[in-house]
Design a protein around this ligand. Structure first.
Ligand SMILES: Nc1nc2c(ncn2[C@@H]2O[C@H](COP(=O)(O)OP(=O)(O)O)[C@@H](O)[C@H]2O)c(=O)[nH]1
Ligand SMILES: [Mg+2]
Length: 336
């Protein structure tokens, strides 16, 4: 999501007042008869300042998409990153300021119109004072929107309609290597509020099929029991977009985790996600003499033995994913 540049209160007021002075100086050089001129100049200043500042605020409000109309994945993302309620509150405050500026503009235009020419500049100064205090009232909200803009700058572009595979498995089991090998390119790396390491997204294009593969380093790579609330919320967000979990074992145990602890992570992930799990035993090239490996392989359903490093067995994974993709598409059609 793109939030437009958000000015500080000083920038906003400077711009409004500067433009107002310019507009007034044009009037000053015009041929308005004597007495009336002072009133025209001052009301032009009030009007221009109100309009310029109001338009800037309106532009910010309009360019931020309606949060509730966003897909759930992005609503969750925004909620965890900056807070949906805070974002709405700040936008509400900007709306409030727009309304007050409208009111101030028509109030002071009318008052200057009715006033003696010698009172016009005093009224204009009063109007400017009130504009300043309205804008100072939304200082915190402008600051917050600027913060949100920076936090949401590198939001991932997850394709919410694509068939989506989410990778899980301990660190160093070969998730990134496999993602690259499967999708044949460097993945898109974007921020992900649930982990410090971001999210990696790759696409596997096969004829008419488009399969999206996502890796969330730092999230699905440790026991579910260790997760805090925010991470659990992230799991729910992932479950909303995932069609398949691809769980990676490091058959060689060179990642530093035993097969036993990998298996227990596998069971944990399976118990959280109510979707098909594709189970891959990676680094088979290094796994010749690993104790009990065959036993663990036999404990899972349809294990795929591969070496991401050598590219061996990768086509089996693609075939498996395509099969699940087709099955899901068929079921979706049956349900129409
Ligand atoms: N020998 C071998 N090394 C691999 C294989 N797959 C990944 N690696 C290596 O394992 C290390 C960790 O891989 P990485 O993809 O970063 O793991 P991640 O932390 O799960 O994303 C890297 O040094 C990889 O080169 C494999 O199939 N065989
Ligand atoms: Mg990685």
């Amino acid at each position: 999501m793109i939030i437009p540049t958000v000015p500080t209160t000083d920038e906003l007021l400077d711009k409004g007042f500067r433009r107002a002075r310019k507009a007034a100086s044009l009037k000053r050089s015009s041929k308005i008869p004597g007495q009336k001129k002072a009133k025209v100049i001052e009301s032009t200043r009030v009007q221009t300042a109100c309009q310029v500042i109001r338009d800037r605020l309106k532009m910010i409000i309009q360019r931020i998409p309606d949060i509730e109309s966003l897909p759930e994945f992005y609503q969750d993302y925004i909620d965890v990153t900056v807070g949906v309620d805070e974002l709405k509150k700040s936008l509400g405050a900007l709306n409030w300021a727009v309304g007050i500026l409208n009111q101030l503009e028509s109030d002071y235009m009318a008052r200057i119109k009715r006033s003696k020419p010698s009172d016009a500049s005093h009224l204009r100064r009063e109007a400017f004072g009130r504009i300043s205090s309205v804008i100072k009232r939304i200082e915190g909200d402008l600051d917050f929107l600027d913060f949100a803009k920076n936090k949401l700058r590198n939001m991932p572009t997850v394709d919410l309609d694509a068939f989506t595979v989410v990778i899980a498995g301990f660190p160093n089991v070969g998730k990134s290597t496999l993602l690259r090998t499967l999708t044949g390119a460097e993945p898109e790396v974007a921020d992900y509020p649930f982990t410090t390491k971001g999210i990696q997204i790759g696409h596997l294009e096969r004829k008419w099929k488009r399969i999206q593969v996502i890796d969330t380093p730092g999230l699905l790579d440790r026991p579910v029991e260790d997760m805090n609330n925010i991470e659990l919320q992230a799991m729910v967000a992932l479950e909303n977009i995932a069609d398949v979990i691809m769980f990676i074992f490091d058959a060689s145990e060179t990642c530093g985790y035993t097969l036993e602890s990998q298996y227990s992570l596998y069971l944990g992930i399976r118990s959280v996600f109510d979707i098909p799990v594709v189970t891959v035993f990676n680094k088979m090239d290094l796994a010749e003499n690993v104790k009990y490996l065959e036993e663990y392989i036999n404990m899972v359903e349809d294990p795929l033995k591969v070496s991401a490093f050598e590219g061996r067995g990768v086509s089996k994974i693609i075939k498996k994913l395509e099969g699940l993709y087709e099955k899901e598409t068929r079921e979706a059609h049956d349900n129409v």
